[in-house]
Design a protein around this ligand. Sequence first.
Ligand code: GSH
Length: 210
Amino acid sequence: MYKVVGIPGSRLTRVSWMLEELGRIYVIEKAMPQTEVITRLNPSGKGPVLLDTHFESPRIVIDSAAICSYLADRHPEANMSAEPGSLERAEIDSWLHFVQCDLEAPLWLKAKHNFILPEKMRLNVSEVTKFEFGNAIAAMDARLSNKEFAIGDRFTAADILLGHAGSWARNAKFEIEFERVNAYLDRVLARPALAAARERDAQFKRDGGT
Ligand SMILES: N[C@@H](CCC(=O)N[C@@H](CS)C(=O)NCC(=O)O)C(=O)O
């Protein structure tokens, strides 16, 4: 079984979405950042963390992109990864890095300065984050071109990371002016596996998990 530790509704949804795509059984354990529970698993104090309990000594994997990549490799029958050393694999990996370094960085920076950092540290980063996000989206549009999914005609871990960051951008009211990117996001965000993952988040709250 798999256990996902972190905050439901955060980047953790990338992992539950992936697990739903793979049809795997998993449990969610809520743990706030920088608490003892999470820091024991990830010294940076950040979630999500995956525990793969299929082994005598459970494996611990940290970072949402690494976790999705690991899960895709563990279940090759789902065809959500590619052979290490292949061009397709390099393309998937490059999208995973793109999401974290280019696409979500401005979203995260804005969130930190809006409501996460201690008030005295907060700055107005609206202009720079809008600029950087705009550059990232333009690059995404050019790279995606008219492809159905990030690497072509099959859905991979890269689409989960891109889709999740795109949904985050929409919620945070970052403008996406590219028709192809919006059509792509509509397509990946309509996946039944994402709806199931979001339902798990909602269920967690209904059960008093807050
Ligand atoms: N690159 C990491 C980022 C992890 C991250 O920043 N997680 C947030 C929750 S979604 C967190 O725990 N933040 C607490 C902090 O920055 O101290 C990932 O994708 O897993």
